[in-house]
Design a protein around this ligand. Sequence first.
Ligand SMILES: [Zn+2]
Length: 482
Amino acid sequence: MIIRRLILSFLTGVYLSGVQAGSPPDLPDMGDPTGTLMTPRQEGELGAAFFRNLHGQLKIDPDAEVLDYIQSLGQTLTASSDAPNQTFHFFVVDDTAINAFAGPGGYIGVNSGLILTSESESELASVLGHEIAHVTQRHIYQAIQAAGRLSLPAAAAMLAGVLLGAKSGNGQMSQAAIVAAQAAATQFQINFTRDNEAEADRVGMQILSKAGFDPRAMPGFFERMQQSTRFAGRNIPEFLLTHPVTVSRISDTRGRAEQFAYRQYPDSMAFAIVRAKLRVATAANPQESLNHFKALQGQGDKTRRDVNRYGLALALMAGSRLDQARPLLQQLVREHPEQAQFVRAEARVEVEDKNYPVATRLFERALARFPDNRAMTLDYVRVLLTTAKPEQARTLLNGYIRYQGASPEVYELLGEVYSRLGQEAESHRYLGEAYYAAGQTRAAILHYRLARKAAGDNYYLNAVIDERLRQFLAEEAERRQR
Ligand SMILES: [Zn+2]
């Protein structure tokens, strides 16, 4: 438990080391000509590598609807920060522990457990605002400086390995990560954490109120988290371990929040919808979520009641009771044709029921109405693959990655599409990209070697493959050197 605690504090705590070690108080800007500091580009690369490494250790929620929501909430907040042009990447981790964290390059993760514990959207926004402040105030940047003596792949693996050790506590890589993290954490005392936490609270609250959320949600949420530890001592929210909340911190935050005029802050429907989805996804079994939503039927305002009906339909789907879910969703879509999540769920019932002609018709109609919808596009690509239409799937996916970028899931789909098209070299290349994006460079190398074999004498393709292989091999060698 002590190791776990050290490791957890490490990720947010290590950034103090730069200060602790007696660095000059006026740290030069990034891109310092002496070359001792990271350029924004290098930090971006470190962030991307950190994110790839996380995939092996945490379950990043692949649901594009959940991702859309957290990214849109995150963008609303960063637009109100003093670094509106800085790049941020928000994502949700499938984990019921109450936690959120910020890594290098503006990567900010929120656990599904924290979203479900938030009683209002402002509470969730207050945690995001706090994490954003850790990034804009360069608290993370100093952690990167501490890791600066490492090569980029090694630094990324170590930063992510801190979480790995905390999560699984087994396996070779995690043992190495634990040792490294433990050494680092004991070397750096964490007295400064409170200053950083106080600053993140102060700056986070400015962001929160400027973005139109309730500043009182911040002390309220912290207080509730802290109170929960009194009754369930052994279940201390992870967030409190990585961001220690003290009595004075809560009272400082409350004092600051009280200066804002009181008003109502209604939650968005999207917030309620994402919570309903996560409630079903994290339930121990379908019956549990079914009971939850049945108990809520007819409660709250119209929006609340509609979202609860949606949650009930999702719970029925999870329990394979499709004939009961179908009419509920059809009714919701009739009442809310503008709500993409309802429209998508209606089509997904038909997919679950293997009713592909109807599913195809519903997705065609839905995508005509919501052409940029990521979740629907990927669902429909899967339907096209199931119904042996790989050409159509390829066209749709290629359009998708041009505008939306790719994730391990999207690369995997592309691998499948090209396999169906009989293009083995392309298929292995995309599977290689899928593994690389998920932090599994060795598996990526294997697939790229298979791609090389299958490519024959296609000169252009060979050149592309060789270039990527060289890069992966170099990264793997650097990572192993540590
Ligand atoms: Zn913090």
